[in-house]
Design a protein around this ligand. Structure first.
Ligand SMILES: NC(=O)c1ccc[n+]([C@@H]2O[C@H](COP(=O)([O-])OP(=O)(O)OC[C@H]3O[C@@H](n4cnc5c(N)ncnc54)[C@H](OP(=O)(O)O)[C@@H]3O)[C@@H](O)[C@H]2O)c1
Length: 284
């Protein structure tokens, strides 16, 4: 294997230590950081995510409350709950699990979460802050793509980053987040002709598409940093958007799936709860 493996689990463990230390300090000041998760309906993956967030948060010393509402809950009731959580000083972060049932407007619900408690970084104000460079709460998966590079001691400034995918969750916010790190950025998507031409120019290649193993070894510049945000289910397991086994012979650094980008996301959501507390204090 030519490439250095970027160990997302080890990086996540370091971030968890940093977060747990900050939680201890806050507790000494009499603040018990709390995340509230709103889950509407019984989507099996969302139930699993909510429970794993609870376990992870409890281990880090956070308070956690799950508001699990029936799938028939009306939009107004969800809005009323979020408004109540916005005004609750003991709640520092709010996360709404997606997908919501079809009769509920995702956009309206997202806009209702206070931007200072929006730990998922989905409120339009936080999205705007990504562009303006102001401090805000930013989404965990693109943040994770940047963290795995930085914490491996690899430079971003001055490098050519090529992002494949412009989805709302990963690719699009990442474009502006990595631009803020002074990369030169190219964005590719389903309408990009000759994708391989672009990916071969990348010093840093980030895949955020959702198509199993679509980035082949011959699409990678030798020595490049390859970050795979994709999660695809195949043969009862998961794999990324990069054809890992072949790509690791060409890349200089590479994240595996599982064990890469996805390993950091829960820790970064909790780090956002702490950032939210700092932003909330500045507003007081
Ligand atoms: N690691 C984690 O914790 C985590 C969290 C969230 C998501 N994910 C994963 O990240 C991936 C992206 O998620 P997302 O929500 O951003 O996806 P998305 O909204 O579905 O966006 C996918 C993007 O890929 C582009 N695309 C599709 N086919 C392509 C092709 N053949 N060549 C080039 N680009 C192509 C699409 O282009 P168009 O815009 O032109 O349609 C779109 O911009 C998924 O695998 C998802 O499971 C991981």
């Amino acid at each position: 294997m030519a490439a250095n493996l970027i160990d997302g689990k080890a990086i996540a463990a370091t971030i968890r230590e940093e977060v747990a230390a900050e939680v201890s300090k806050l507790k000494e000041e009499g603040i018990s950081p709390k995340l509230a998760v709103v889950l509407v309906g019984d989507d099996p993956a969302s139930v699993v995510y909510a429970n794993s967030k609870k376990n992870a948060g409890t281990k880090l010393g956070f308070e956690f409350e799950l508001f699990h509402l029936p799938g028939s809950t009306q939009e107004e009731e969800v809005i009323a709950l979020i408004e109540k959580l916005n005004g609750d000083e003991t709640v520092h972060g709010i996360m709404v699990e997606l997908p919501l049932p079809k009769h509920i407007s995702k956009e309206r619900v997202m806009k209702t979460v206070s931007p200072l408690k929006d730990v998922d970084g989905v409120h339009p104000i936080n999205r705007g802050y990504i562009l303006s460079g102001e401090e805000g709460l930013f989404p965990a998966t693109p943040e994770s793509c940047i963290e795995v590079i930085k914490r491996s001691g690899l430079p971003i400034a001055g490098k050519h980053a090529v992002i494949v995918g412009r989805g709302e969750t990963v690719g699009k916010p990442l474009v502006f987040m990595i631009l803020k790190e002074n990369a030169t950025v190219t964005v590719c998507h389903s309408r990009t002709p000759d994708l391989a031409y672009h990916t071969r120019q990348a010093d840093i290649l980030i895949a955020a598409v959702g198509k199993a193993k679509m980035i082949k070894a011959d699409m990678i510049k030798p020595g490049a940093v390859v970050v795979d945000a994709g999660i695809n289910e195949i043969d009862g397991g998961i794999c990324g958007d990069v054809d890992f086994e072949a790509a690791k012979e060409v890349a200089g650094w590479i994240t595996p799936v599982p064990g890469g980008v996805g390993s950091l996301t829960t820790a970064l959501i909790y780090r956002n709860v702490l950032k939210g507390i700092r932003l909330q204090r500045q507003q007081q």
